[in-house]
Ligand binder design. Structure first.
Ligand code: AHR
Length: 664
């Protein structure tokens, strides 16, 4: 009897083993269109994304608006142990001698309304300096020209600055200890009125790369001087004036984004009404933009404003997706009814600034700002995460914005930030929601659990914009485990891109210097000099680079499972396939989320011939916690090889791997 049972069990196991783990690609049924907007970018001022990140202006606190508080400043709330308690200085600025250089913030004689503050500096002798720390240094490279400006005037003589006005200043990029000069220039000819002096600092052809750099404003004589708005710009992508950082733009261009969602995120709402993203204060001459406090704990100069967002989209090959401020702020306050009408007008003006031709009021302002051509705009989002608004005011606010925007621009698709049911339950029969923005921050297990979520969505309901999503594993940037979770989630979005028409990961950026991060697990990390992509970044490059225009239905049989926590399980292998009607190429994406290699059989149905070799692109690492970092930026990157294929072929997926096959 016992022998019989053992034999029966073995036979059963064999039968199981014989059941091939198989994926059948129904190429004859590839009819549904892949959304042309599927992969995009999401951005906001968080983790020093623009200031100290993408924006090329390098001087922090350029208008001396924030003074360092020795009893516990904004930066981490800790007293700077290197400075005596009584030293007064602007944040992110140092004095070369804390006794012989004295500074005082002047709030009465700024250069304009946007920059009401200036700094009176008394130098007791020649050679002393006021020193900008930048955002953790400056990016020094060979043969590089930094351009900028400094406003200077003689201070009104008062007790503490009765010293003779300075006749000239030396402006220099030097090592932090001042011993090495990388580049310098002089400014002179100061009067009793503000004058802007252009700066141009060029490094030598022999200069080695370093971030050990500070901007020194050095007295050529003893005396006093008043300074305002000091700026220094690194070279920018496509040489745009007031432009964006080259390496980061190149990395984003490689992601082939179809859109950039801006300005947030929480950055759209702000903590209070005064600090919402008030787009009209972010355009025009950067010297006349007042800036505002980001909800992420530091000030934005708004040098990267509405026009720069649109140009960012344009320069990386996409279009803007703008979130308009909708009357709710993070502090929990909201405005409604008639009080919201000025914000609706602001939104209409903003849309006109982006897409109106130069004959319209705000299109003409955009043309004045240097971009006569309208930007393409198809999607407008009303607010951000308004499910946090406990007052229940969103449905009504949404309706007012929706109707006003549709009346003027019926062609625009309007995105809601709360689900359809939430809108419906407020008994607002109209308007009909075009698109719903869903946000998912999950761990890898939750990504696996939900990797078939959109397969189950009602095709008759509104479209989905997955406007923020990430597998939050790893810090400051994500690790291989996160990339696996991300890839599993992307198979879901891609397979269902008839309904999930747009998606973008968040947050995009993090400055990896101490104090640079407010939100762990980000896509791209950098310091002032270098940048790197996390494994999640590379997964996204692979998914958006290898994408067809038709979804290939895939039938899966006997795919292996993995145990998750809490005794439940999910697939160990995830898949999606698309084909390109023009080139005939088919892109099969496979994710092996577990530590064992997986053997699969792939069948191609509905094709006559297949080239015998396929390009194979693989992202893998032996341990899920492996990652990339600023010191080891290319530890995990996609590698190319070839794979023998046919109308039916076996493939072995490496442990913890993401694979793309290009079948022709
Ligand atoms: O991406 C970080 C934050 O997460 C966004 O600002 C907000 O929209 C979400 O809660």
């Amino acid at each position: 009897m016992r022998n019989f049972l053992v034999t029966a069990a073995l036979l059963g196991m064999n039968a199981l083993m014989l059941q091939a783990q198989e994926l059948t690609l129904r190429l004859d049924k590839a009819e549904t269109e892949v959304s042309p907007m599927l992969y995009g970018l999401m951005t906001e001022e968080i983790n020093y994304s623009y200031e100290g990140g993408l924006y090329t202006q390098l001087v922090a606190n350029p208008s001396f608006a924030d003074m360092f508080n020795p009893r516990g400043g904004r930066r981490g709330g800790r007293r700077d142990q290197n400075q005596p308690r009584f030293t007064v200085r602007p944040e992110r600025w140092q004095l070369s001698d804390t006794v012989k250089v004295r500074v005082r913030q002047n709030r009465q004689e700024g250069i304009n309304e946007a920059n009401p503050t200036s700094l009176i500096v008394n130098y007791e002798q020649a050679g002393l300096a006021l020193v900008s720390e930048g955002y953790w240094g400056f990016p020094i490279r060979k043969s590089t020209t930094f351009k900028g400006g400094i406003y200077v005037k003689n201070p009104v003589a008062r007790g503490d600055n009765a010293a003779a006005p300075l006749r000239s200043l030396t402006i220099a990029l030097k090592s932090a200890n001042g011993s090495t000069t990388y580049a310098e220039t002089k400014v002179s000819g100061f009067t009793n009125n503000w004058k802007k002096f252009d700066l141009e600092l060029t490094t030598s052809a022999a200069q080695a790369d370093t971030k050990d750099a500070r901007l020194f404003i050095i007295a050529d004589q003893a005396g006093s001087i008043e300074l305002a708005r000091v700026t220094l710009f690194a070279p920018s992508y496509k040489n745009r004036k007031n432009g964006l950082r080259v390496d980061l733009m190149e990395m984003m261009a490689e992601m082939r984004p179809k859109f950039v969602r801006f300005p947030g995120g929480n950055y759209l709402e702000g903590n209070n009404f005064a600090n919402r993203f008030d787009w009209k204060r972010t355009i025009g001459n950067p010297d006349e933009r007042p800036g505002h406090q980001s909800p992420w704990g530091y000030r934005s100069t708004d040098g990267l404003g509405l026009l720069e967002f649109c140009q960012w989209a344009e320069d990386t090959g996409g279009e803007p997706v703008v979130g308009v401020f909708a009357g709710y702020v993070l502090g929990g306050d909201h405005l409604d009814g008639d009080y919201i009408k000025p914000f609706i007008q602001d939104a209409l003006d903003e849309i006109e600034y982006i897409m109106g031709d130069a004959s319209t009021k705000w299109g003409a302002v955009r043309a004045r700002d240097g971009h006569p051509e309208p930007f393409p705009l198809h999607y407008v989002e009303i607010g951000n995460e308004d499910f946090f608004d406990r007052s229940g005011s969103y449905p009504n606010r949404f309706k007012m914005f929706y109707e006003a925007i549709k009346a003027r621009y019926p062609q625009l698709q309007i995105i809601s930030t709360v689900g359809y049911d939430a809108l419906k339950s407020k008994a607002i029969p109209n308007p009909v929601v075009d698109v719903i923005d869903e946000h998912y921050y999950r761990n890898a297990f939750d990504m696996y659990r939900n990797a078939f979520q959109y397969d189950r969505y009602d095709r008759k309901g509104p479209k989905i914009f997955c406007g923020e999503w990430a597998t939050r594993e790893g810090s400051p940037t994500t690790n291989m485990n996160a990339a696996l979770g991300d890839a599993a989630w992307m198979t879901c979005m891609e397979r269902n891109s008839d309904i999930c028409i747009m998606s973008c990961y968040a947050p995009l950026f993090v400055n990896v210097e101490p104090g640079g991060m407010q939100w762990a697990s980000d896509l791209i990390g950098y310091d002032v000099l270098n940048a790197y992509g996390s494994p999640s970044y590379w997964a996204q490059v692979m998914f958006s680079k290898y994408l067809g225009d038709r979804i290939v239905p895939v039938e899966a049989a006997n795919l292996p499972k993995q145990k998750l926590d809490r005794n439940d399980e999910a697939n160990a292998v995830f898949y999606t396939a698309t084909t390109d009607a023009k080139t005939g190429k088919t892109y099969l994406k496979l994710v092996n989320a577990v530590g064992d290699a997986q053997k699969l059989s792939i069948k191609l149905d509905g094709v006559k011939k297949v080239k015998s070799k396929a390009k194979k692109i693989e992202l893998k690492s032996p341990r899920p916690e492996d990652t990339n970092s600023i010191d080891n930026p290319r530890n995990i990157i996609p590698r190319e090889s070839t794979q023998k294929v046919g109308k039916q072929f076996p493939i072995t997926l490496a442990p913890y791997s993401i694979t793309v096959l290009v079948l022709e």
